[in-house]
Design a protein. Structure first.
Length: 185
């Protein structure tokens, strides 16, 4: 028993010494960069992303002020309800029947549901290409009409859709929720 404890503590001490020594030494990756260089570049990238997010937030707020929208913010998306519906609240797993118009933040309309053919979507918690639409839907009720502003990182991100949506683009949805089919039915 004594030898097991001694062996355990000796091994633990050796592990701590090796870990400490490896932290102190300069390590180089395949490109010849030191770990300090990598950390500096990572910090710069994080700061650039933080700055881009803040710039996009300010652009969204200015857009809302221009149209006198009283925005709410939840789950990373901005929304304003301009007609309150009397239907059930939308939750993950529900199927939603809705009409929409999709515009870029510059006002250019790029897509819309057809008048007699509404869209049908199962609201998912993640994994969706436009996760911001799913997040925003969970803030609405059946019968609601709302504007939903989806920041680029919750829309098509830095790549866009390679067609109508440019990279790093904020999307504006004008939604009318026609029906909510509860997920447990």
């Amino acid at each position: 028993m004594f030898y097991r404890k001694l062996l355990f503590y000796t091994g633990f001490l050796l592990l701590v010494v090796v870990a400490f020594a490896s932290c102190k030494s300069k390590t180089h990756d395949q490109s010849g960069q030191t770990s300090n260089d990598r950390r500096t570049k990572e910090r710069a990238l994080i700061e650039a992303n933080r700055s881009a997010l803040e710039t996009e937030r300010e652009m969204i707020k200015a857009y809302a002020r221009r149209y006198h929208w009283n925005l709410q913010y939840a789950s990373g998306v901005y929304f304003t309800r301009y007609r309150k519906g009397s239907g059930p609240e939308i939750a993950e797993g529900d199927q939603v029947v809705y009409h929409y118009t999709l515009s870029l933040i510059n006002g250019k309309e790029i897509a819309a549901s057809e008048q007699n053919h509404p869209e049908v979507m199962r609201v998912a918690g993640g994994g969706s290409q436009v996760s911001g639409l799913h997040r925003g839907m969970t803030k609405l009720h059946g019968g609601d009409k709302a504007k939903l502003i989806v920041p680029s990182h919750l829309a098509y991100g830095i790549a866009g859709d390679q067609d109508k949506i440019p990279p790093k683009t904020t999307l504006i949805y004008d939604l009318e929720v026609l029906e909510v089919r509860k997920g447990d039915l």
